[in-house]
Design a protein around this ligand. Structure first.
Ligand code: ATP
Ligand code: MG
Length: 359
């Protein structure tokens, strides 16, 4: 498991599986920590004293002793420590039954080839909010980085089949979907295997239609299907252009906000002309808005001038809690339900429902 591949979860969790996982992890962490500590103390003892120019806070044996005492804690205490544990992955056959009649399914790709603008944050939190508001939602992670998957508490090394297998191995989505990762929210996960898809799709038959074929069968089973796109305009993104009814474009309120948007719109035009004539822009979302800066206001105005009514009234504020939530594998509505991030994404979800009703 890579250092940044995991996440931490609410310590109040009561999952039995997770508890035993956590205890195992505690033990291995303790032993590796104790080994390192011993090694550090020994090497400090053996090292000849050298002249130092700057005083650095070298760990003394006394302080090391304090740490050693600290790790001799009872199991009860250890359960209070936040450690990486993951959601149990259940099969699609065990999915909770849908509790309402599904009307029209909207397939929306969250897209912007510019990196780090808030695509995954939006895909995860908007999906989770809509689920909590009673909608049935499927989120397709189409990015080899798998940020939406880990952000929803899925350990990627535990994933047997991912979206890659749907695109290139004809594995049906039923064998890939992880149901109920949050309330009424299912996930098609991505792992690093997906990184090969971009190249492998080049020589595949009907290469632009692979995602459409896989996801299209699920119309009528969900109210919303969101696709979290990678930051590129390669074949994976083209697949999402073809599979989607419309696009949600997050734009970060910073200086280069509109850079690349022209290219994105050109690609949309090409796709409309050749591959998906009904593709539309569902909405443009201003993200990471810092109300203290004039720049954010100016950029927001510029984006509104450019896109007009397509821009959502809801603006997502810059919030540390929003950036922390993925490391706990939780959407913002669970991680910080009363915070400004949760309020903003709930308001966006309301706008999305409203906008959908108007179209
Ligand atoms: P990529 O193009 O790499 O897929 P992305 O467009 O999906 O990136 P995110 O991963 O959602 O962007 O966000 C980029 C970084 O900014 C992440 O570390 C995320 O936690 C953080 N972030 C996103 N939205 C906000 C916000 N509103 N406030 C603060 N931090 C945010
Ligand atoms: Mg992303």
């Amino acid at each position: 498991m890579g250092l940044f591949d995991g996440f931490r979860r609410d310590k109040k969790s009561n999952s039995q599986d997770s508890l035993s996982q956590r205890k195992d992890y505690d033990k291995s962490l303790q032993s590796s920590y104790a080994d390192n500590l011993t090694a550090e103390v020994v090497s400090e003892e053996q090292q000849p004293e050298t002249e130092t120019i700057f005083e650095s806070p070298v760990e003394t044996q006394e302080s090391a002793g304090e740490v050693a005492v600290e790790i001799e804690t009872s199991e009860e205490d250890q359960e209070d420590i936040d450690l990486p544990i993951y959601k149990t992955i259940k099969p699609y056959s065990e999915k909770n039954p849908v509790d309402h009649v599904i009307g029209t399914t909207r397939i929306i790709a969250v897209i912007n080839q510019k990196g780090g603008v808030g695509k995954s944050t939006t895909a995860v939190n908007l999906s989770a909010c809509l689920g909590e508001m009673g909608k049935s939602v499927l989120l397709v992670d189409l990015d080899p980085q798998g940020n939406a998957s880990s952000g929803l508490g899925i350990e990627k090394s535990q994933v047997k089949n991912c979206v890659y297998d749907a695109l290139l191995n004809d594995v049906p989505l039923e064998e890939i979907i992880i149901p109920d990762v949050c309330t009424r929210l299912d996930l098609v996960p991505a792992t690093i295997n997906l990184a090969g898809a971009e190249v492998e799709l080049v020589s595949a038959m009907a290469r632009e239609n692979r995602l459409k074929d896989a996801v299209g069968r699920f119309r009528g089973k969900y109210d919303y299907i969101f696709i979290d796109c990678p930051p590129s305009l390669g074949l994976l993104t083209i697949n999402s252009f073809v599979a989607a009814d419309s696009l949600l474009i997050p734009i970060q309120t910073e200086f280069y906000a509109l850079e690349g948007v022209t290219k994105l719109l050109e690609s949309v035009k090409l796709v409309k002309a050749r591959l998906n004539p009904s593709l539309d822009i569902f909405g443009v979302l201003l993200t990471m808005y810092d109300k203290r800066t004039n720049l954010a206001k100016q950029v927001a105005d510029e984006v509104r001038n450019f896109f007009g009514n397509l821009v959502f009234e809801t603006v997502i504020p810059r919030s540390v809690r929003l950036s922390e939530a993925p490391s706990f594998g939780q959407p913002i509505t669970q991680f910080d339900p009363a915070g400004k991030g949760a309020i903003a994404y709930t308001s966006l979800a309301e706008e999305v429902i409203q906008r959908g009703n108007q179209n």
